[in-house]
Design a protein around this ligand. Structure first.
Ligand code: ADP
Ligand code: MG
Length: 346
C-alpha cells in the first residue's frame, strides 16, 4: 500500500490518534472538537470562537493538520500497531535501530497506546510477539539473543522499573553504544508473560498527583529491546554479529508546568519534563529536515542521550501523538498537534 512504501523510505513517521470521548468528558458537557477527516487528515475546531461573531465570520474555526497516519476512536489496538510499528520488526532483527514513542497530555491515551491492558494489548506486547515470530522464520540459519529492559526517566534520573531497589542508574558509553549501568534484563517467551511483567513495571512508575490530574505520569517509561543476530554456519571468515535496538517509549504528560497550579517540587518536575520533551522535539525536527545537516544535540537531556544511536542515521523514528477529542481539552490538543506538526517530514 501507499502507507507501507512510504514507511520504507522515511526516517520519521508521525501518527496522530484521537481517543474516544469518555464518560467524565460527557458528564462535564464536553463536545468533540477533534475529528479525523481521512487517513492523513485531522481537523481541530476552536470551541472558544463565537460562530455568531460577524467580524470572524470569514475566518475558519477549523484548523487542518496532516500526518502520515491518523486514527480516531474507532481504531483498534491492532490497527494502530500494524500501521505504525509492525514494519520496524524485520529492520530490528537485521540489526537496525528504531524508536517509537507516544506523546501527549495526561489522559490523552499514551499508556493505552504503548502498554494497553491485558485484554487490549498495546504496541509493546504486540512488538515482542512479532519479534519472536520474525526470528523463528530464520532460526535454522541464525542464532538470536534478545534482551529486554524497562526503565523510567524521572527528573533526569534513571530508575529500573523491573528492579526499583537498584536506585538511580548512570548512563555510560562504550563500544556497544550507550548503556545504562546495572540495568536488569528479562527474558520472556509468551506474550502474556511479557504483558504481566510490563504491567507490573508500569505500576512502579513515579506517579505524583497534580492539581490537573490525580494520576498524571511525570516520568518517561522506556522499554528497550536488544536483538543480537549471529550466523549459525561457521567457516573461516569472521562471524558477523549484528545488533538491533528498539526503544518503545511512553512519554511523560506534555501539559506544561505553567498550565497547572503546580508549585515547588511539581514545578521542578515540569521543567525537567519540558527539557526532555524539548530536546526530543529538537532532535526529531533536525532529523526530519533531510537536506539541512543540522547539528543534533543529544546531550541536552537524559532521554536524548539514551536514544542517541536510535535517532537519526540509519534508524527509523515513529511518533504517535495522542489527543482527547473533548472541547474541554482543546488547548492541550492544539499544543500536541502543533508539536507533532513541527516534527513532521517537510
Ligand atoms: P495517558 O497515558 O496519556 O495519561 P491513558 O492511556 O492512561 O492516558 O488513557 C486515559 C484513559 O483513557 C485510560 O482509562 C485509558 O484506558 C482510556 N483510553 C485511552 N485511549 C483509549 C482508546 N483509544 N480507546 C479506549 N480507551 C482509551
Ligand atoms: Mg500514562
Amino acid at each position: 500500500s501507499k502507507n507501507e512504501s512510504k514507511q520504507e523510505e522515511q526516517n520519521l513517521i508521525v501518527g496522530l490518534r484521537i481517543r474516544p470521548l469518555n464518560e467524565d468528558e460527557i458528564i462535564a458537557g464536553a463536545t468533540p472538537v477533534a475529528h479525523k477527516v481521512d487517513d492523513n487528515m485531522v481537523v481541530l475546531m476552536d470551541p472558544t470562537d463565537d460562530p455568531d461573531d460577524i467580524l470572524r465570520a470569514n475566518r475558519s474555526r477549523e484548523k487542518q493538520y496532516i500526518f502520515d497516519v491518523a486514527f480516531d476512536g474507532s481504531a483498534t489496538q491492532k490497527e494502530v500497531y500494524e500501521k505504525t510499528t509492525k514494519f520496524l520488526i524485520p529492520n530490528v532483527v537485521n540489526g537496525y535501530n528504531a524508536t517509537v514513542f507516544a506523546y501527549g497530555a495526561t489522559g490523552a491515551g499514551k499508556t493505552y497506546t504503548m502498554l494497553g491492558t491485558a485484554e487490549e494489548r498495546g504496541i509493546m506486547a504486540r512488538t515482542m510477539n512479532d519479534l519472536f515470530l520474525e526470528m523463528e522464520k530464520t532460526q535454522e540459519d541464525m542464532a538470536y539473543r534478545v534482551t529486554v529492559s524497562f526503565l523510567e526517566i524521572y527528573n533526569e534520573m534513571i530508575r529500573d522499573l523491573l528492579c526499583p531497589s537498584s536506585g538511580v542508574l548512570d548512563l555510560r558509553e562504550d563500544s556497544n553504544g550507550v548503556q545504562v549501568a546495572g540495568l536488569s534484563k528479562f527474558q520472556a517467551k509468551s506474550t502474556r508473560e511479557i504483558m504481566d511483567i510490563l504491567i507490573k513495571g508500569n505500576k512502579q512508575r513515579t506517579q505524583e498527583p497534580t492539581v490537573a490530574n490525580k494520576t498524571s505520569s511525570r516520568s518517561h517509561a522506556v522499554l528497550q529491546i536488544t536483538v543480537r543476530q549471529k550466523n549459525r554456519i561457521r567457516d573461516n571468515t569472521v562471524q558477523e554479529v549484528r545488533m538491533g535496538k528498539l526503544f518503545l517509549i511512553d512519554l511523560a504528560g506534555s501539559e506544561r508546568a505553567a498550565n497547572t497550579q503546580n508549585r515547588g517540587k511539581r514545578m521542578v518536575e515540569g521543567a525537567h519534563i519540558n527539557r526532555s520533551l524539548l530536546a526530543l522535539g529538537n532532535c526529531i525536527n533536525a532529523l526530519s529536515d533531510k537536506h539541512a545537516r543540522k547539528y543534533i544535540n543529544y546531550r541536552d537531556s537524559k532521554l536524548t542521550r539514551l536514544l542517541k544511536d536510535a535517532l537519526g542515521g540509519n534508524t527509523k523514528t515513529v511518533m504517535i501523538a495522542t489527543i482527547s477529542p473533548a472541547s474541554i481539552h482543546f488547548e492541550e490538543s492544539r499544543n500536541t498537534l502543533v508539536y507533532a506538526d513541527r516534527a513532521k517530514n517537510i
